[in-house]
Design a protein around this ligand. Structure first.
Ligand SMILES: Cc1cc2nc3c(=O)[nH]c(=O)nc-3n(C[C@H](O)[C@H](O)[C@H](O)COP(=O)(O)O)c2cc1C
Length: 182
């Protein structure tokens, strides 16, 4: 059984990116994967500093996340667009995890998406996210998922309101379960 993680780059109450991560997680479950939706509130990490790392070592949260990344077959990241880039929370998490030696970015197939109240769905930050992940040696599938008008984009059950978005999410999940790097 494929092991999948989803991750939201926002821990805001009612975060639309958390809804997106969970909606993709549900579809991954339906496709037969064993899914864990990661809530970064449970993995608190201070702002990365090499001085702090040298003095205090690796934080438990970074070690745990890196182990989960290294053991996952699929990782879907829902990334809020902050001024055309990724959120500081997401970048900080990626940076801490990148310091771990367990090969956290070199096993899974990654999918990326974004949700935003704007019409473009926050996809303006996904180019940066792809570059960061590529730099770390990750395989990121070509298809991305942007969810615009995000406050009205999900049903109470956490499904996509618009058929066209649901179909794109299905295509993304199909790629995630079928493209393996090994
Ligand atoms: C500092 C900051 C910068 C933002 N920049 C953008 C942006 O460039 N494009 C965009 O579509 N939305 C932008 N937004 C709005 C976010 O897309 C919106 O707050 C979104 O709901 C955040 O994701 P969340 O719902 O998962 O927390 C920005 C929000 C903040 C706080």
């Amino acid at each position: 059984m494929l092991r999948a993680l989803t991750l939201s780059g926002s821990v805001r109450v009612d975060s639309s990116n958390s809804r997106l991560a969970n909606a993709v997680g549900n579809k991954l479950s339906l496709s037969g994967a064993d899914v864990t939706n990661i809530d970064l509130l449970n993995y608190p990490l201070e702002l990365f500093s090499e001085d702090s790392e040298a003095a205090n070592g690796e934080p438990d949260a970074a070690v745990m996340l890196a182990q989960m990344f290294a053991q996952a077959d699929i990782i879907f990241i829902a990334s809020p667009e902050y001024n055309g880039s990724v959120s500081p929370l997401l970048k900080n998490t990626i940076d801490w995890v990148s310091r771990q030696k367990s090969g956290p970015y070199k096993n899974a197939t990654f999918g990326i998406g974004a949700a935003s109240p704007g019409k473009m769905g926050g996809v303006g930050g996904l180019g940066h996210l792809r570059e960061i992940l590529n730099k770390l040696g990750a395989l990121v599938i070509p298809l991305t998922l942007g969810v615009g008008s995000s406050f009205n984009a999900f049903t109470e059950n956490g499904e996509f309101v618009e058929d066209i978005i649901a179909r794109r999410a299905d295509n993304l999940v199909t790629q995630l379960v079928s493209i393996r790097r090994n």
